[in-house]
Design a protein around this ligand. Structure first.
Ligand SMILES: [Zn+2]
Length: 386
């Protein structure tokens, strides 16, 4: 099968319409309205769930369930996210031959509107051309970029599908099967306030303790499947006050549960061990530095078996286009991390052509967009073949 079946101009028009609508996280309402209108126009009932209210956004996740034409074909989930990273206040796409980029003042938002556009076109084609297919669950999530928040608030029990793809990966003909779990961390160091010039011996500097802890900490790339970072430091009042409090926020990720636990423990211990070295006695009373550590699981790992049905389906679909599928692991999370493994779901992350994402240099090749839609069409077709 060639990439011909896709109506390239309609696909590109949809993509351009979508990227022109500004949709930072928690402000996806206009894109959701556009999608609700488009999906309704395809004759399907569209539901917007209550995730928006629960996360202080202006819309929920957009969900639609297309019936299949082959009654006993297994339902498939096709998912992409509606929000983009900033800057995205005003997006002016610029087309240069087959490449679409921005005017350099914003991201393009191909992350993840390339996925949305490919899904819409694939469903239109199978329906217009009478290509036999099973039921299709379509889900467009909110607030993915802020920690998969929309997906976390979607009721997975509503899905008919037990397999599917999230389209949220750069490149094309690539399928991500493994991604890390992540822990989010916040450390608050409590010291003791004192005048820095008058009586520094009566203070405990929270900033000094934090400095010792951080200097002793393994950060950055820990190993091939583990990373760690401290990204925010807040604290102190003035240059002449010994700071009694500093807060540090960070994270660690790993594709290995054991390594995630070990790195998390290491980071907590660095703070606690630094605090143990600091105490003062003022007016007969002993003051100890102390640490408040808050560790939260941000998301679970993605681990789709290479021999699972969804991987086989994507591979055959890509090979149907005379291309080879590359499967790989990643260091970032996506909505598939939330869905995979729940309710017996197998969900992998399929590349949809976006490039240099999360930068103002983001671009996409129209041919990669059509290739992605064609892969989806082929997946839907093959999924219904017994
Ligand atoms: Zn994304």
């Amino acid at each position: 099968m060639s990439d011909k079946p896709v109506v390239a101009e309609r696909l590109v028009d949809d993509f351009l319409s979508l990227v022109r609508i500004s949709s930072p996280s928690r402000r996806e309402a206009e894109v959701a309205r556009w999608l609700t209108g488009t999906l309704s126009g395809m004759g399907v009932r569209v539901d917007v769930d209550d995730a928006g209210e629960r996360i202080s956004g202006d819309t929920g996740n957009v969900f639609a369930q297309f019936p299949g034409t082959v009654p006993d074909a297994p339902p498939l989930l096709l998912c992409a996210h509606m929000d983009t990273v900033v800057p995205c206040e005003k997006i002016t796409p610029v087309r240069d031959g087959d490449v679409i980029r921005t005017d350099g003042t914003s991201v393009l938002g191909g992350d993840d509107k390339a996925g949305i556009a490919a899904i819409l076109e694939a469903i239109r084609i199978v329906r217009e051309r009478g290509i036999p297919h099973g039921p299709i669950d379509v889900l467009f999530t909110v607030c993915e970029e802020q920690g998969l928040i929309g997906a976390k608030h979607f009721d997975i029990g509503r899905l008919r599908a037990r397999a599917g793809v999230v389209l949220d990966c750069d490149s094309v003909d690539e399928l991500i099967l493994q991604g890390p779990a992540a822990n989010r961390m916040q450390f608050t160091v409590h010291g003791l306030e004192a005048h820095a010039g008058l009586c520094p011996e009566e203070g405990i500097s929270a900033i000094k303790i934090a400095g010792e802890a951080i200097a002793a900490m393994r950060l950055g790339r820990i190993d091939e499947e583990t990373t760690a970072n401290l990204g925010v430091v807040q604290g102190g009042l003035a240059g002449n006050i010994i700071p009694n409090k500093v807060t540090i926020r960070g994270e660690t990720r790993s594709r290995s549960d054991a390594k995630l636990a070990a790195q998390t423990k290491h980071m907590v211990e660095c703070f606690e061990s630094a605090a143990r070295g600091h105490r003062v006695t003022v007016a007969g009373k002993e003051h100890l530095a102390r640490i408040e550590a808050r560790v939260e699981r941000d998301y679970d790992p993605l681990n789709v078996p290479a021999d699972s049905r969804i991987v086989g389906l994507v591979r055959r679909a890509v090979e149907g286009r005379k291309r080879a599928l590359t499967v790989r692991a990643t260091g970032v999370g996506c909505d598939a991390n939330v869905f995979n493994g729940k309710h017996g779901l197998e969900v992998a992350n399929l590349g949809c052509g976006m490039r240099q994402i999360h930068t103002v240099n983001e671009w996409i090749d129209v041919n990669d967009l059509t290739a992605t839609a064609t892969t989806l069409i082929e997946m839907l077709r093959l999924n219904a073949v017994r």
